[in-house]
Design a protein around this ligand. Structure first.
Ligand SMILES: [Zn+2]
Length: 354
């Protein structure tokens, strides 16, 4: 079997792709956790819609991977496919502008940071794009990833076209936070859930990517293999993850200096979760069992957790990374210090804080 490139490269997408190609709606919303391949699944579906190979049931065709249309999708130059992704995500998705998606050339050196949003201008281009005849005669596909990155004006611009789509136009939206979408957008789309992949498939895939001790990093990332690979590429390995709780408890900021601040905040939030789990007699979810010690002052951990939630909401602020890491590690050390206070005091404090 020749699979779509994207789905073929991520083996757990085969099953959701089968579900996706049977959807007849002109608009599909791929949703589920980040880091499991939403973009790749949406792209494989778009490729399926545009594929020109003979199929017994044209409405449920899978991408053949070999026809001229599939080759054009692979080359990012299919004239009937428009991909809207924020500038800031293009590189990570391997979808650099190929000059075919109608965007203005991305201004590079010396300019402001690449945008994290899907701008209204890009959505207007998509609306104009679907009004024109399909160049290859089959369909026109617009992929919007992640759809929650459209601001309300951009989303409303798209909504009008979703409500009255031109004949051959089909839309793929992907989203890790469907509740952040306009309800009117959600209701126009048929949903396609992409959940966390089967553990064995994800571990085997990570191992094939060269990730050492893949099960540790996969757990660290809540079962999301693309995120685990990204962490690995950023230099966070199983060893570093395993040692993180002890490092924080000792207040050692040095080995963490290279961590991206949002990543460190996320790691600390996961540690809070696991400290509470272990204190309640449950197994940790993100860290190996031997890494998380019980006995912390849960009142302080709860305060720390709230502080981290506040920070996470501002995770895209331009922090001075060095100072920030030091401050974060200091707050972690304080929170994780062994305590003589009991669980009862912690529970009372949590209740009174609500
Ligand atoms: Zn094909």
């Amino acid at each position: 079997m020749v699979a779509a490139d994207a789905a073929g490269a991520l083996p757990w997408l085969e099953e959701p792709l089968r579900r996706g190609v049977s959807i007849r709606s002109h608009a599909v919303l791929v949703h589920g956790p980040d880091g499991v391949g939403q973009f790749e699944l949406a792209l494989a579906l778009a490729q399926a819609w545009l594929c020109e190979a003979e199929a017994e049931d044209p409405a449920a065709r899978r991408p053949c991977g070999a026809c001229p249309s599939c080759r054009l999708v692979r080359a990012h130059s299919h004239p009937d496919l428009l991909v809207l992704v924020p500038e800031a995500l293009r590189e990570a998705l391997g979808w650099e502008a190929a000059g075919t998606d109608g965007d203005e050339p991305v201004e590079k050196a010396g300019k402001a940071k690449p945008s994290r949003d899907i701008k209204v201008e890009a959505v207007r281009q998509a609306v104009a794009f679907v009004q024109t005849t399909a160049a290859r005669g089959r369909a026109k596909a617009v992929l919007v990833h992640p759809a929650e990155r459209m601001n309300p004006i951009a989303a409303n611009t798209l909504l009008k076209t979703l409500e009255e789509p031109p004949g051959a136009a089909r839309f793929l939206l992907s989203c890790a936070a469907p509740e952040a979408l306009l309800p009117t957008i959600r209701s126009r789309c048929q949903s396609l859930l992409l959940g966390v992949p089967p553990h064995g498939l994800a571990v085997a895939w990570l191992a094939a990517q060269g990730v050492a001790e893949p099960a540790v990093l996969l757990a660290a990332c809540g079962g999301q293999p693309l995120q685990a690979r990204q962490w690995w590429e950023e230099g966070i390995d199983a060893q570093a993850w395993r040692q993180l709780p002890a490092l924080l408890a000792r207040g050692e900021a040095g080995p963490l200096a290279a961590w991206p601040v949002p990543r460190l905040v996320e790691a600390m939030q996961k540690l809070c979760h696991d400290v509470f789990s272990v204190s309640a007699g449950a197994a940790p979810r993100y860290f190996p069992e031997a890494s998380v010690k019980g006995g912390a002052d849960l009142v302080r951990v709860a305060d720390w957790s709230r502080e981290l939630s506040r920070l996470a909401r501002h995770a895209e602020h331009p922090w001075s990374a060095g100072l920030m890491v030091e401050a974060l590690v200091e707050s972690a050390r304080n929170a994780l210090a062994r305590s003589r206070r009991g669980v009862r005091a912690a529970v009372n404090s949590l209740h009174s804080a609500r």
